[in-house]
Design a protein around this ligand. Structure first.
Ligand SMILES: Cc1cc2nc3c(=O)[nH]c(=O)nc-3n(C[C@H](O)[C@H](O)[C@H](O)COP(=O)(O)OP(=O)(O)OC[C@H]3O[C@@H](n4cnc5c(N)ncnc54)[C@H](O)[C@@H]3O)c2cc1C
Length: 382
């Protein structure tokens, strides 16, 4: 009997667990560990933030995986031992024939002084709800969407957030009295996808009268005065702050020697194996350098595909099948623009010397595609 341990039941961990379950014998054990009792479909938080979803529509209980012969261990992982492929959770120490690290990125608003005092961290369920609560009563003033630090997951999300907020304010006929701005620590939107994609996003922001201030790294937030401070600007006042918090590798991963505390887990870009044999890392917890000198974006589409590839590799090793499959860096992304419209981009991020990404004309069908994918995500597993 084989046993595969999966640390983290987010997008990548779930994809790996389900793929393994389909390939391994019923007697082989698949064990997933998560500190949360719920699986969250993060892309839906943008719709939670703008009132088109409720919190019970963006989460499902992980306990349901038990019905699919997947063991679920609830609670924080307190230690990982990569040399022995072991995970410690609560009082128990589990060992496996293979280990997948899929713990994502920790969100740490406190890395920017004062930021944690603001509720509008729309990368969490409660933060997205807080933005919606404030948005409903907003009839004048300034909305700031803030990208506090890079890297952050889903390079499109803050730009989608600004466009969706614009759409809500227009629908409520308050947009002419409310300014919407994006202040970003990065030089351009979705820069890894190439300058044409960046420019297309900037063009839509301009069309919507959303001011864009790239290359601004916030140094401090004064939540009581509602002011952001930047080293190069005196101050930027806001009435509603919707922000992307700083991301950091989970401490338990750094403590295990799998990553530096200020970096991410290094893996083989095609097999996702770490320097420890049969220990793999997938999704946001990894740092995969691309030929153009930037890392592969942190995105669910990659976590999902990597999870499936790693599951296939592990199943091949357990059953002695050859050759092993590999991850090819392909991915795609819907870009919500509000008013029922979305854009779409697809490409090969491992292409050299730069990723080859094609952006498609925005339309209602791409928005419908994103909604259909959300439905599919829940239907296939719950
Ligand atoms: C608002 C928003 C919109 C997005 N939209 C898109 C999109 O349209 N397209 C796209 O491709 N991506 C999107 N993303 C990004 C996508 O959600 C992430 O890239 C993806 O979830 C990464 O998957 P993962 O498995 O690496 O990590 P996660 O999905 O974050 O899962 C990590 C899991 O590990 C658990 N965990 C962490 N630490 C511990 C511990 N110590 N002990 C136990 N469990 C632990 C967590 O509870 C979590 O369940 C979006 C993200 C956000 C926030």
């Amino acid at each position: 009997m084989a046993r595969v341990l999966i640390a983290g039941a987010g997008v990548g961990g779930l994809a790996a667990a389900h793929r393994l379950r389909r390939q391994l014998a019923t007697s082989d054990e698949i064990v997933v560990f998560d500190q949360s009792p719920m699986h969250t479909f993060w892309p839906s938080l943008l719709w939670l933030m703008t009132g088109t979803r409720h919190s019970d529509q963006v989460q499902r209980p992980l306990a349901a995986l038990r019905e699919q012969n997947i063991t679920v261990v609830r609670g924080p992982i307190t230690a990982i031992e990569p040399t022995s492929k072991a995970v410690v959770s609560g009082d128990a120490r589990w060992t496996g024939d293979a280990l997948i690290i899929a713990l994502g990125a920790d969100l740490v608003p406190s890395l920017v002084p004062g930021l944690a005092d603001e509720p509008g961290n729309f990368y969490t369920v409660s933060g997205a709800q807080a933005v919606w609560e404030q948005l409903q009563t907003m009839d004048q003033g300034r909305v700031v969407v803030l990208i506090s630090r890079i890297p952050f997951k889903c390079p499109a999300a803050p730009y989608e957030a600004a466009m969706l907020i614009d759409g809500v304010l227009r629908k409520r006929r308050h947009r002419n009295r409310v300014t919407v701005e994006v202040w970003a620590s990065e030089p351009a939107p979705m820069a890894v996808a190439g300058s044409a994609v960046s420019q297309a996003v900037v063009d839509v922001l301009t069309e919507r009268n959303i001011a864009y201030h790239p290359r601004h790294v916030v140094s401090e937030v004064d939540a009581s005065a509602r002011v952001l401070r930047f080293p190069e600007e005196t101050a930027v006042a806001y009435d509603l702050l919707a922000y992307v918090p700083p991301h950091r590798v989970p401490a338990v991963v750094a403590e295990a020697g799998l990553a530096p505390s200020d970096g991410w887990v290094a893996v083989d870009p095609h097999t996702l194996e770490t320097r420890f044999p049969d220990v793999f890392a997938i999704g946001d917890v990894t740092g995969i350098p691309l030929a153009l000198g930037k890392p592969l974006p942190k995105a669910g589409v990659f976590a999902h595909r990597e999870g499936e590839v790693v599951a296939d590799i592990i199943a091949h090793r357990i059953t002695g099948r050859e050759p092993e499959p590999t991850f090819d860096g392909a991915g795609e992304c819907f870009i919500e623009m509000g008013r029922g419209i979305a854009g779409f981009a697809r490409g090969n991020f491992y292409a050299e010397p730069t990723p080859s990404v094609r952006a498609y004309k925005p339309g209602r069908h791409w928005h419908a595609g994103k909604v259909a994918f959300e439905r599919h995500w829940w239907a296939q597993w719950w």
